[in-house]
Design a protein around this ligand. Structure first.
Ligand code: GLN
Length: 550
């Protein structure tokens, strides 16, 4: 089944979720890539959704769209950012996807009359997908992160697929357990017991951890390392300390202090092809964590923040990272403030006034009605007070609606997403999207993935990109309505980016003379911002914001 000579690293979670399996997976990818190996990273999400497109961002975080258009988990964004390259459809799988293919194959008589069962058929499909990902990427090593925690019912089949692979290819498969070591405040002492239990639970699946990544508030001391080594049957050299850090980009650098990548190569019986210098990465990680860099304050006006009493910014993860990369490139540090558009909408004058104190305002992507008028008020404020504004997808559509209402004088301008019979539907559905909505086919049917755009000469967008053709990733159903384009342009708005045939408006901006930076994109530039290659539009926006500091 497995590819000849191919190596597999499975990353599993113990004790609790949310402690950084994704960062460990991404870091392993980066380190092995630096060692001269071709690596691909696979995310396994055990839920039954076929993709991450229909999930609520307050519960699940951001939906990350691959170049192909597949809607995936936010971890895939981290993978691409650490590897510095695009990943493929094969690099992502959910239980829903796996079952869907098995059932489709059964319906097509693909199992030759056999009784189709979880084991072996579903498990085989998981293994087939893991190998397809390796083949698609032409990699030597696959790092596969299995979502959830040991003991979850949903991920058992995936762990069993990994076990079978190990049984067949003992030298080619390595298990990394990312576990949490709490330091209860009443004790002030780091406790290893939950990790011991997690490793034993993994043993009950027939799997032995080769590595333990000891996530904890503090570094692991020698005594606890020894304790874990003896109780978990893992050599002390393969227990890697992973204390809390300020920036996830520090993680691979810290891992190297414990010689993690060499230990991995050793476990996989692979030679070290080259030293992992991490030169460019270290420079970037230092810049992004530099607390002495001058600050530039950016407000993000969104609505997917509240889960109970906690404010979570996960829904906008790629936006935050894109801001950080460009700020670091410009020798600055972005101070990001979350502004809930629902507060502005409620008439909270303080919230709106406070917004004016920021050097830049972003309205990111979004769906639906709630908070929308608050966002439009924020955009109006940015335009009138000449505060740099960057609108991403919904943020561009709403920027155009605000312009139509308050500059063009079309008071009833709206998007048909909110107002079906709007008198001035400045933002409207494309024809094929109307069919999808009529048929209730919501999953995977938006305008998704990478599309080319043409950039107009002499515009801010062109100055930033420094080229006339780009490719950007999309995720939306609605578009600027072409019936209004001429009037909007006459009123001063510039559509500086369009689809190559000129039919779809991809970037809207105000000329520099009118505003220091007022630009919106129908696509999501944040999805292609990378640590070592920040996105030019984010950099241009931050330049304008920094200029406000003066
Ligand atoms: N709701 C808008 C649409 O579907 C914008 C989507 C987004 O911001 N990603 O077109």
């Amino acid at each position: 089944m497995a590819r000849e000579g191919h190596k597999y690293i499975f990353v599993l979670g113990g004790v609790m979720s949310g402690v950084g399996k994704g960062v460990v997976t991404s870091s392993i990818g980066l380190l092995l890539q630096e060692k001269g190996y071709a690596v691909n990273l696979v995310k396994v999400d055990p839920y039954l959704n076929v993709d991450a497109g229909t999930m609520n961002p307050t519960e699940h975080g951001e939906t990350f769209v691959l170049r192909s258009g597949l809607e995936t988990d936010q971890d895939m964004g981290n993978y691409e950012r650490f590897l510095g390259r695009d990943l493929t459809n094969e690099d992502y799988m959910t239980s829903g996807m796996v079952y869907q293919s098995v059932i489709a194959q059964e319906r097509a008589l693909g199992y030759g009359g056999k009784c189709v069962e979880a084991i072996p058929h579903v498990r085989d499909e998981i293994m087939r997908r893991i190998d397809a990902a390796a083949a698609q990427n032409g990699s030597n090593v696959s790092v596969i992160e299995i979502g959830g925690t040991i003991g979850d019912f949903q991920n058992e089949l995936f762990i069993d697929a990994a076990r079978v692979l190990k049984a067949k290819h003992p030298d080619d498969v390595v298990f990394v357990m990312v576990s949490y070591l709490p330091v209860p405040s009443t004790l002030g002492e780091m406790k290893t017991r939950p990790t011991q239990h997690a490793v034993r639970e993994l043993n009950s699946y027939g799997v032995q951890a080769d590595f333990i990544i000891a996530r904890a508030p503090q570094p692991l001391d020698a005594r606890r390392k020894e304790k874990l080594a003896i109780s978990c049957n893992v050599h002390a050299d393969r227990i890697i300390s992973a204390p809390d850090i300020k920036s996830i980009y520090q993680a691979p650098i810290n891992f190297e202090k414990d010689k993690f990548s060499n230990a991995l190569l050793d476990a996989l019986k692979l030679p070290e092809k080259q030293k992992a210098s991490l030169t460019a990465w270290k420079k970037f990680a230092a810049a992004v964590a530099d607390t002495s860099a001058p600050e530039v304050s950016i407000a993000i006006v969104g609505k997917y923040f509240d889960t109970g009493d906690f404010v979570l910014s996960d829904a906008y993860l790629s936006v935050i990272e894109a801001i950080k990369f460009s700020a670091a490139k410009l020798g600055h540090r972005a101070k990001i403030t979350w502004v809930n558009s629902k507060d502005i909408e409620k008439g909270d004058a303080k919230a709106l006034a406070e917004l004016a104190s920021h050097k830049g305002i972003i309205v990111p992507g979004g769906f639906g009605e709630s908070g929308i008028e608050g966002k439009i008020q924020a955009i109006r404020l940015a335009r009138e007070k000449k505060i740099p504004y960057f609108g991403l997808c919904y943020g561009m559509q709403l920027m155009v609606i605000e312009y139509a209402r308050n500059v063009l004088g079309l008071k009833g301008a709206h998007t048909t997403e909110i107002q079906k019979n709007s008198e001035d539907p400045v933002v409207d559905l494309m024809l094929e999207q109307k069919k999808h909505l009529a048929a209730n086919t919501y999953g995977g049917t938006m305008r998704l993935g990478a599309y080319p755009a043409r950039i107009k000469k002499g515009t801010i967008a062109r100055g930033a990109y420094k080229k006339d053709a780009v490719e950007e990733r999309h995720r939306h159903r609605y578009e600027i309505n072409n019936e209004y384009v001429e009037r909007l342009e006459k009123a001063g708005l510039v559509f500086s980016g369009t689809s190559p045939d000129g039919m779809l408006m991809e970037i809207a901006e105000l000329p520099r003379e009118a505003h220091p930076f007022m630009l919106g994109t129908q696509f999501h530039p944040e999805l292609q911002a990378r640590p070592l290659s920040p996105h030019p539009l984010f950099t241009e926006f931050l330049k304008a914001a920094i200029a406000q500091n003066a």
